[in-house]
Design a protein. Structure first.
Length: 327
């Protein structure tokens, strides 16, 4: 709430809150992201709005989810996150991953050896959701029709409820352990993906003015698909799209025509706010890089050709920076 107060008092018109773990924040396109339980992020949104209501502020609150590419979850406290939890479905992996790595480390294993052993352990564990593990077992024991019935009935259930249903259908307790696969930091593993992100965005919708689903690549088909899923439930909710400089736009298969029309194509799908999150940094950095290289050989001619003359030709008001600054 204090941070929300500071933003409002500083004149911020809009603020976005991410569902990543505080203290573990990553750039949206880096690996190792940890998301918090759905309820925890809703609590953040509610607290922020409460603070702004107390202040009489009309700031825009944007709820962002990084669940599409996040593969770690800080806690299993919210049942809404259970269907994406990953666990070990193979008893053969034995002790937990963290204990296994701790034992190896105490014996002098190098970081490279630990990384290799972790990969082997996870492969042996056969990571999957409880629904996947139970459906596989039920299909083997009772046939595909019963397995399909189980999958249909587990929608929206907690792990504990799904376990009870699986035992009812197959008459035995299934091995599936999400605790054993936790990281050495204690984080749970989750499959992530667009479906998980869409569910979170819809859950956040009542508490935010706009929704931002961070994606791992810029594709119109994917954006259109999840936008329509969200707007089927929240038809009046405006969406945000990050036209990130982290994407290698020339390697994404865009031709010039599709690059030119991309933002308007997104707008048709309800993306009311589209931002290039670090456009200023990159354009300033490129401009100074180009100027510094040319200045080495051409002196002030470089400045006139690259900065002052284009400012004048384009009518850029920074040309007369004294006037621009005090305006």
């Amino acid at each position: 709430m204090k941070l929300a107060k500071l933003f409002a008092e500083s004149g911020a018109a809009a603020v976005h809150l991410e569902d990543q773990l505080h203290g573990g924040k990553k750039c949206g396109h880096q690996s190792g992201k940890v998301v918090v339980p759905t309820k925890d992020h809703i609590d953040r949104l509610v607290a922020t709005r409460l603070q702004w209501d107390i202040l009489g502020s009309n700031n825009i609150l944007i709820a962002r989810t990084d669940a599409e590419s996040a593969r770690l979850l800080s806690s299993t406290s919210d049942p809404r996150d259970h269907q994406d939890l990953l666990g070990a479905s193979n008893k053969a992996c034995g002790i937990s991953l963290s204990q296994h790595l701790s034992d190896l480390k105490s014996k002098g294993a190098t970081p490279a050896q630990l990384a290799c052993d972790e990969e082997e352990w996870l492969e042996t564990a056969e990571l999957m959701t409880f629904e996947q593990a139970a459906a596989r077992h039920i299909e083997t024991q009772k046939g595909s029709a019963t397995a399909e019935k189980f999958v249909e009935r587990t929608k929206g259930l907690t792990i504990f409820q799904a376990r009870s249903l699986a035992q009812e259908l197959c008459g035995e307790t299934l091995h599936w352990d999400c605790e054993a696969v936790r990281t050495t930091e204690g984080f749970y593993r989750t499959r992530g993906g667009i479906d998980a992100a869409v569910r979170r965005a819809i859950a956040y919708a009542p508490y935010a003015d706009m929704l931002w689903l961070e994606t791992s690549q810029p594709t119109l088909v994917e954006a259109s698909d999840y936008a329509r899923q969200i707007r089927n439930v929240c038809p009046d909710k405006m969406l945000v799209y990050n036209l990130s400089p982290s994407f290698n736009w020339t390697a994404q298969g865009f031709d010039d025509g599709r690059l030119r029309s991309f933002i308007w194509d997104l707008a048709k799908e309800g993306f009311a706010l589209q931002l290039i999150s670090l456009a200023g940094l990159h354009s300033s950095g490129l401009g100074m890089w180009e100027l510094a290289k040319a200045y080495k050989d051409d002196g002030m001619l470089a400045y006139v050709n690259l900065v002052q003359r284009p400012e004048r030709e384009l009518g850029c008001d920074v040309l007369t920076h004294q006037k621009w600054y005090v305006a």
